[in-house]
Design a protein around this ligand. Structure first.
Ligand code: APR
Length: 180
């Protein structure tokens, strides 16, 4: 499914983000940048040792990537030249500022992409796996954040894909984007 907000094209695709043909993919990382399972494990395996090395350097020099922020590394062996790693919030029932932190992941990733002259990017569904954020709520935060940035004419990549792994996640994002 595709939808345009001002000059920003949003595409929802079901699949594996490590195969994406874009300038940069986003990784749903953790704030320590230590690597995990889920999409993080898949991206690190496909990107290879250069990606792990750069994450280790960022951890050593700046202590990691606080929840809601983003850092950039090479894409290593991926088609994508860059990986933007962002740490989403762990869902704790919605009382720990989770929506603001999740929105910040999308904003900071998009601003970091724009700063690096990146025009096309692909996001996974941040926080909705191991971190337990309810999918429909997360889809709403993700897509509304991008819609608002597009409407306020922020400089962000003009092609924004969401590469969603499973049927339930894909269908939830389609429902939310249809209504926005
Ligand atoms: N491509 C696209 N999406 C994927 C892929 C893939 N190859 N593999 C998994 N996913 C999906 C999951 O199905 C889920 O919908 O990514 C979404 C996010 O799930 P997680 O990877 O569990 O990420 P998150 O909930 O943000 O938890 C982050 O998990 O791997 C660790 O180091 C990571 O500690 C961090 C935590």
């Amino acid at each position: 499914m595709k939808k345009q907000f001002e000059d920003i094209q949003i595409e929802l695709i079901q699949g594996d983000i490590t195969k994406a043909s874009v300038d940069a993919i986003i990784n749903a990382a953790n704030k320590e940048l230590i690597g995990g399972g889920g999409v993080d494990g898949a991206i690190r395996r496909a990107g290879g040792p250069e990606v792990v090395k750069e994450c280790d350097n960022i951890r050593a020099t700046q202590g990691g990537c606080p929840t809601g922020s983003a850092v950039i590394t090479t894409g290593g062996n991926l088609f994508a030249k860059h990986i933007i790693h962002t740490a989403g919030p762990i869902w704790e029932g919605g009382i720990k500022d989770e929506p603001t932190l999740l929105s910040s992941c999308y904003k900071e990733s998009l601003f970091l992409a724009a700063k690096n002259e990146i025009n096309s990017i692909a996001f996974p569904s941040i926080s909705t796996g191991i971190y337990g954020y309810p999918i429909k709520k997360a889809a709403h935060v993700a897509l509304k954040t991008i819609k608002e940035l597009a409407e306020s004419r922020h400089k962000i990549p003009t092609t924004i894909q969401f590469i969603l792994f499973d049927d339930i996640t894909y269908n939830n994002y389609v429902d939310v984007l249809t209504e926005l």
